[in-house]
Ligand binder design. Structure first.
Ligand code: TTP
Ligand code: MG
Length: 369
């Protein structure tokens, strides 16, 4: 691959990118409701409920509000904050979009949550193999497609890549090269170690371990004696060693969408239109992921909540909505929709195996600009 590199692949440091969206749910709300921009926004439970804060905008963080805090406490800290219920379907849609961007860079993607993923780009030759430039490009594409910002961390293992993505939030990009790894860890407060929760932090502080440097001083035997199996992990992490691989998520076998209607439907033409719209949305997503559909399922939930599905295998890969319209109508006809009222309709497509996006398609993205 890279002829000037003298180090055999097995010993060459890996290149790991960690991407994490900034104030994810809150940022989506501020994007969709411009009047919320610049304001403290709290997404989660209602302030007068027993609910908790899922997340909050950076403006709300200035008041000390944090994830997992009770909504009531958040209200006490900032009564003028805007409290919103989460809109998961919107966050999921953004998540699908950013994952498509990751897949354009590499298939070595491990999504950790809706807003966070690790990418192993060691084998990628994009930008002459510069992981930092790949991270810049991912951030740029996320902003362009979703109008949201992400922070990126680049390093030689997952632990440090995650530390790096946190360093310059929001909209940050931080590289921790191999020669700096140990210093960064030495200075890291023990509470900032991912994988060290509140209880372990308290125990470490009681043992006089305040930062990575203190941790590094302890022999392996002491650490395993105090922390069991985790002790060996801490021992290695303190030395900048984290060999956990990026484990690509298993490809999804099917993709779908569904809608519950505000009022039950009885008109079949209207149902067909809804199915077509749902199918179009899913097919667009499949196209973005370079996937092709091999089978189609229609789901109908009647007004009494009874639910049926009808499926058919397609003779050939289908990409266009108009190609599936007759199938949607036929599958709908095989239900009692119309004679019974319908409260929910859904469409899903099974994915044709081995229908990968061609490699040139991946590179196109990066040769445009
Ligand atoms: P995070 O990435 O931890 O937080 P964030 O994106 O809101 O803020 P930042 O990364 O800039 O610090 O979590 C991602 C989303 O997951 C978050 O927007 C809401 C949700 N979440 C919860 O619902 N409960 C929680 O306790 C946490 C930490 C997150
Ligand atoms: Mg985040």
């Amino acid at each position: 691959m890279n002829g000037s590199n003298q180090v055999p692949p097995a010993q060459r440091p890996r290149k790991i990118i960690h991407i994490d969206m900034d104030a994810f749910y809150a940022a989506v709300e501020q994007r969709d409701f411009p009047e919320l921009r610049g304001k403290p926004v709290v997404v989660g439970g209602a302030p007068n409920s027993r609910g908790v804060v899922a997340t909050c905008s950076y403006e709300a963080r200035a008041f000390g509000i944090r994830s997992a805090m009770s909504a009531a406490k958040a209200y006490r800290l900032c009564s003028k904050a805007v409290f919103l219920r989460p809109r998961f379907e919107v966050y999921r849609a953004v998540s699908t979009d950013i994952r498509a961007i990751f897949q354009d860079v590499t298939d070595q993607v491990e999504a950790i949550s809706l807003d966070e993923a690790y990418l192993d780009v060691t084998a990628s030759s994009l930008f002459q193999g510069s992981a930092t430039r790949m991270a810049e490009e991912i951030k740029r594409r996320i902003r362009e497609l979703t109008h949201l910002t992400a922070s990126a961390g680049v390093s030689y293992n997952k632990f440090l890549a995650k530390i790096a993505s946190d360093r310059h939030k929001p909209d940050g990009l931080c590289l921790i090269p191999p020669e700096q790894g140990r210093t960064v860890i030495a200075e890291l407060p023990i509470g900032a170690f991912h994988g060290i929760g509140k209880a372990t932090e308290a125990k470490m502080l009681a043992l006089g371990i305040h930062c990575g440097r203190d941790l590094e001083r302890l022999p392996l035997a002491t650490l395993t004696q105090q922390f069991g199996k985790a002790g060996a992990y801490y021992y290695r992490i303190a030395r900048g060693i984290d060999e956990r691989p990026v484990i690509p998520n298993r490809p999804r076998k099917s993709w779908g969408a569904e809608t519950t209607f505000p009022a039950d439907l009885s008109d079949k033409t209207e149902m067909r239109e809804h199915l077509a719209k749902l199918a179009e949305g899913v097919l667009k997503k499949l196209a973005r992921h370079g996937l092709q559909a091999s089978a189609l399922t229609v789901k109908v939930k009647y007004d009494d909540f009874e639910q049926v599905t009808r499926a058919r295998t397609l003779g050939r890969p289908i990409c266009e909505t108009r190609d599936v319209l007759p199938h949607l109508a036929e599958l709908l006809d095989r239900t009692e929709a119309g004679s019974r009222k319908v409260r929910l309709l859904g469409v899903s497509f099974s994915i044709l195996e081995n229908a990968q996006r061609p490699v040139t398609g991946q590179l196109d993205l990066f040769t445009q600009g």
